[in-house]
Design a protein around this ligand. Structure first.
Ligand code: G3I
Length: 423
């Protein structure tokens, strides 16, 4: 190919894909993922088809299959039937795997929670469990939730067999044990209601510091993101709280996102609010350099833990029960697309330097794909400074302060309240 033609091809912005994981990666995240419900994947073809679409969901998490009660219900007897369901899907599709969860007070068999332990015997139980279960999934997990929900809602330490036996020492003990088994996975602390920046958040900050001060490894904090329509903090408040953790040197992620209606059926106004709330959460992740990804806790209202736990509440996800995309899906795709469009992909940077420094016919440097490294995630979403927006560029939407008129021959097409694009 002639050099000019090659340059033109490489410089042409790629069309923004409409799938969430593709958009998330183009926007600088590592993934947009979902939990997988083990009981549905082999019996519901419509569910499986969407879940297995890697462009939509780049990473899977077993909703229940890797928990202690599913993997070691009896001491020393390990079962991977349920956990392997998700791992096998991920292997067959090439989707990533997030692993959940190790030391947690819930879904913990009675032989652990009701046992009479010394520090030494319970340490051995934790180490044996990790050696087996993390060993079974070795090399497959982007991250493991090593400790889950160790803080109570009022900010005190949560009562559990682990806390009663060790005090907070079970935290560094667990993180160190996990590192010995899998030195390459990201080791996470995972909890809910950290989003509100209250007493519980303060305790979780202390938790990270306790682990670090003990010289134990911790790589990430998972914000579960079980939120309520209309009570979700703003994008900037959420970014502020995420940054409290990245300031400690750990990455962050939304790990179990759902935003429930507190009464059903949801009015159309409530559905718009839900969409705005999802946009705030995803947008806050885009705004924080160390926020690596977003996982929804199931993607369809057909399969969600919420109605079982909060009677009369729900419809908290991004597809409805019939697998139609909701306003929430559109809001997320728009907020991702806006960042993806305003963020020049690495290829553009590389090729620009070729244009300005060389007229030779040598092959340009290889085009790199959007990096999966959080450190290379763009930290600024500043809009273009030119008076006209380019083809594919954003030209409107809530909060948009950039150009609203497109370069000829393109026109600004309204997509939704969050996003208009030059097409
Ligand atoms: O396994 C039994 C099955 O044998 C029995 O027939 C059936 C009858 O109801 O129950 C099955 O257990 C259920 C289990 O999920 C596995 O499907 C429990 O009843 C049910 O309560 C349990 O709920 C899970 C919940 O964790 C338990 O704490 C939800 O599916 C799961 O979405 C939820 O996920 C948690 C995260 O792991 C941690 N963060 C909070 C989040 C929501 O609670």
């Amino acid at each position: 190919m002639h050099a000019n033609a090659l340059l033109a091809a490489l410089l042409a912005p790629a069309a923004v894909s409409a799938q969430l994981n593709d958009l998330a990666v183009r926007a600088g995240l590592k993934y947009f993922g979902t939990a997988l419900r083990e009981g549905a994947i082999n019996s519901d073809a419509a569910y499986a088809a969407i879940l297995k679409n890697k462009s939509e969901f780049g990473q899977l998490v077993p909703e229940n299959g890797q928990k202690w009660d599913a993997t070691e219900a009896s001491r020393g007897t390990f079962t991977y039937t349920q956990g392997d369901i998700t791992a096998n899907v991920a292997k067959s599709t090439g989707q990533g795997l997030r692993c959940h969860t190790m030391v947690w007070y819930s879904q913990l068999p009675n032989w652990v929670s009701g046992g009479s332990w010394t520090r030494a015997t319970l340490t051995s139980v934790i180490e044996t469990h990790m050696a087996n279960v993390m060993g079974h999934y070795l090399g497959q997990c982007y991250a493991w939730d090593v400790a889950n929900e160790a803080v109570a809602d009022d900010g005190s330490w949560r009562d559990s067999i682990f806390y009663r036996t060790f005090g907070t020492d079970f935290l560094p003990i667990s993180f160190s044990a996990a590192k010995k088994v899998d030195p390459n996975t990201k080791l996470y602390y995972n909890d809910y209601n950290l989003e509100y920046n209250g007493a519980k958040t303060n305790r979780a900050v202390e938790l990270v510091q306790i682990v670090q001060s003990a010289g134990a490894p911790i790589d990430g904090v998972g914000f579960q993101g079980h939120l309520i329509v209309g009570s979700t903090p703003s994008r900037s408040s959420l970014a502020t709280v995420l940054k409290r953790f990245t300031a400690l040197g750990v990455e962050v992620a939304y790990t179990e996102l759902d935003i429930r209606h507190s009464s059903l059926p949801a009015s159309s106004a409530a559905q718009v609010t839900q969409g705005n709330d999802f946009a705030s959460v995803v947008g806050s992740c885009l705004d924080v350099a160390g926020c690596v990804g977003v996982t929804v806790w199931s993607f369809t209202d057909k399969y969600s833990w919420i109605p079982e736990t909060f009677s009369g509440q729900g419809d908290a996800l991004i597809y409805d029960k019939n697998f139609n995309k909701k306003a929430a899906w559109t809001s997320i795709s728009s907020v991702l697309a806006a960042k993806a469009t305003t963020t020049p992909p690495p290829a553009t940077t590389l090729i620009t330097s070729v244009v300005t420094t060389s007229t030779s016919t040598t092959t340009p440097a290889p085009v790199t794909s959007s990096s999966s490294s959080s450190s290379s995630k763009p930290t600024s979403s500043a809009p273009p400074t030119t008076a006209l927006a380019a083809h594919w560029g954003q030209c409107g939407g809530n909060g948009w302060t950039g150009p609203t008129v497109c370069e000829s021959p393109w026109t600004c097409k309204f997509s939704n309240a969050w996003y208009s694009q030059c097409l």
